[in-house]
Design a protein around this ligand. Structure first.
Ligand code: ATP
Ligand code: MG
Length: 326
């Protein structure tokens, strides 16, 4: 059976970008593959945080995964930090990664721009830990947004290098990105991707935003003066909104263009806001249910960690032996 691995960082809360770019695809894969979906809490430590808030947001993330409809029996849902093999493999892979490779990573450049007072070595070696996350499970496919392409390619390069040096140990992972929606843009700066850590919260729709906030953010979304609903590169803001519409309504971008031909941005934005609110309604209800049931959440993550660790340990035994650890 083919293996899928993916994850999200538990900072703040899930965004419409995470949902459309990643989680919608995760859900679609759960019947045909062995899927591992992690909450990569160790990755989040690269950013300054308040421990108490962080802990709560980690638990909230698991409730959000479940509320998105991810089935914890079909999928292995777990916290990265609960499976110690991630950090162990991280070290060994780091010894097989060149500084030149890490220097080329654009996410590091962007994130160190944004967090100038905290350019720590974890932020720099982040892609090595991410490679460990993926390679530990002999992953075939990694469903992520377009922004992660460079990191997945690095994971592949590290695996190839390791396999060449020590004999075949790791499956080479492939990236899996959707044709539409792999890069949802900020509502305020449509040239940048929507991010949960964006300081301008008006650019990001969080799945847990109240209905009023969603309507407000949609209304304020940056567009242009053309006032025609067309999917083209010259109209970045509108193109992004059409993408969101088509992904949530499960229709093509052409269908959206036809539906709004001759109508202006006002009508389009109002209806899109309604669609977002309606699409998130069941999510929010389920989220509340899970959050009022902490024992259930604990059961899910403990079971997930056990199942993940079993697979991870198999790989680690081979890795330790291959590199010559006694
Ligand atoms: P951060 O700002 O903390 O990096 P993020 O929104 O980029 O937050 P991640 O946890 O880094 O979220 O990524 C989780 C998943 O969501 C990844 O698969 C990533 O590729 C995908 N993703 C993130 N942002 C977008 C986006 N704007 N459009 C499509 N997919 C996205
Ligand atoms: Mg990110």
């Amino acid at each position: 059976e083919k293996v899928i691995f993916s994850g999200a960082q538990p900072t703040g809360s899930l965004t419409l970008g995470n949902y459309i770019g990643a989680i919608q695809n995760w859900k679609a894969l759960e019947n045909d593959y062995q899927c591992l979906y992690s909450i990569v809490d160790l990755h989040s430590l690269t950013i300054r945080h308040d421990p108490k808030e962080f802990r709560e947001s980690c638990l909230s993330f698991l409730a959000q995964y479940l509320a998105c409809g991810l089935d914890h029996k079909k999928n292995i849902l777990f916290f990265q930090s609960h499976v110690r093999q991630h950090t162990e493999l991280n070290w060994i892979l780091g010894c097989n990664t060149y500084l030149g490779e890490l220097n080329r990573m654009t996410q590091f450049k962007e994130k160190s721009e944004r967090h100038k007072d905290n350019i720590n070595s974890g932020l720099y070696t982040y892609p090595v830990l991410q490679a460990a996350d993926i390679l530990l499970y002999q992953t075939n496919l990694v469903p992520v947004g377009e922004d992660q392409r460079q990191h997945i390619e690095l994971a592949r390069d590290i695996a190839i290098r390791f396999n060449n040096a020590y004999g075949k140990t790791f499956q080479l992972p492939d990236i899996y990105v959707g044709k539409v929606g792999a890069r949802i843009m900020s509502l305020q700066e449509p040239e940048n991707k929507m991010s949960k850590s964006d300081e301008n919260v008006n650019g990001t729709i969080f799945l847990l935003d109240s209905n009023d906030v969603i309507v407000k953010k949609m209304k304020r979304a940056v567009t242009d003066s053309e006032n025609v609903v067309l999917y083209r590169d010259e109209q970045k803001g509108i193109k992004n909104l059409i993408t969101i519409y088509s992904k949530l309504q499960n229709c093509s971008v052409q269908e959206v263009e036809e539906k709004y031909a001759g109508k202006g941005y006002g009508a389009f934005k109002t209806e899109l806001a309604e669609i977002v609110v309606e699409s998130l309604k069941p999510f929010k209800e389920k989220y509340q249910d899970y959050m009022t049931n902490p024992d259930y959440i604990i059961g899910v993550y403990k079971n997930g960690a056990e199942r993940a660790a079993e697979i991870a340990e198999k790989t680690m035994q081979e890795v330790r032996e291959k590199v010559g650890l006694v």
